[in-house]
Write a protein that binds this ligand. Sequence first.
Ligand code: F0G
Length: 457
Amino acid sequence: MKLPYAESFRIKMVEHIHRSTKKERLKWIKEANYNLFSLKSDHVFIDLLTDSGTGAMSDKQWSEMMIGDESYAGATSYYKLKNAIKDLLGFEYFLPTHQGRAAENVLFSVLVKEGNIVPGNSHFDTTKGHIEFRKARAVDCTIDEAFDTTIQHPFKGNVDINKLEKVLIDNGDKVPFIIMTVTNNTAGGQPVSLQNLRDVRALADKYGKKVVFDSARFAENAYFIKTREEGCADMSIKEIVEQMFVNADAMTMSAKKDAIVNMGGFIGIRDEKLFQDASVFNIVFEGFITYGGMSGRDMNALAQGLYEGTEYAVLENRIEQVAFLGRKLVEYGVPVQEPFGGHAIFIDAKRFLPNLAKEEYIAQTLAVELFIEGGVRGVEIGTLLADRDPDTRLDRFPKLELVRLAVPRRTYTNNHMEYVAAAMGNVYARRNEIKRGFKIIKEAPIMRHFTVELDRL
Ligand code: F0G
């Protein structure tokens, strides 16, 4: 018999969590105006709001924290991180930043100008935000298959090369670079194939463009390449990572994901001139170039986390745990994005609650019900997140209404996953009793989902 996977770690320290009652949860969610971001975290039993900054560091990472060098300039911690980035990702130059969006802010301050167009696979919200803030436009060229949760495709994160080439033909002069998000979070934590990354590189070379990787979950992407892409099964994760990044001129990184730290990020750059230009913005926005918003101890833990996060066993545990949750949900009949994503399971709320009108915030309704049912916090990726059209001020209705259940790394056990699936299964069993959604009482002009106040219809 083939032995099943088992965690390649054991637990040295635990954090207690409070299992609440339904009565308590009904009160708390009402007080939070039905916004899951407004809940106190100790009112949440199992928190699947995000996998960002919520992972458990290893004993080695914690020991690295103790030997961080807090010198303002030239700290050994900076060099430790610089060496890890060169060694694993191949970038000659790097700039530390306090998190991923800060890396975007610094790099885009050099590269993005008013009127530009930045094509790629689905841009993450902050990436899009930093592009639009500079009065430029993000064009999503992801393959169509990504927008149908029932289609099986091994690399739903891929860019459609024809769509991308059309943007370059029509508006090539306005394109400063192509951005590839690995994995594609917005499309459901879906990977990009090595072939697709190579095709994008070839197209970029043809049109003389740079390629930037948004690399938050690059190691998970490499795991999918190893397990799904023809000819890659015998490559190590580190070899695949190297093969992925040779196709990029620069990268931004939110280290809160695959580098398994609670805070941190960086930019990797090949070109000396671009590094020098970006350094100016790094100093202004983040901090001097050898710490850029991070403590020495944080850079140490990050360097160690990069090595751990690219270990096959660590990735297998992680991705198999997410798939375990996915399979359990499917057993209960819950409609989910397939294949399962690397960091999260995405529930298709329109298929779950087909009788709710799109104006009733379908995915938010489902996320609230899951919290009431079991104290599990997911997040809406639907109409609230999509915000209003800046011109018409009308709600934008995205193709998919999703509830994301993001699994923090090395934090919860499979029993927790069983519990989450059972809670969602219970909501599914009573789905026909959920007849009404929500209306907005109060909202901010942009990024409304964080603070929006809702009431039942
Ligand atoms: N790029 C991707 C693909 C991301 O998923 C995120 C963050 C960022 C950039 C920004 O990084 O948070 O360190 O500033 N994603 C989190 C999430 C917030 O929940 O998916 P950051």
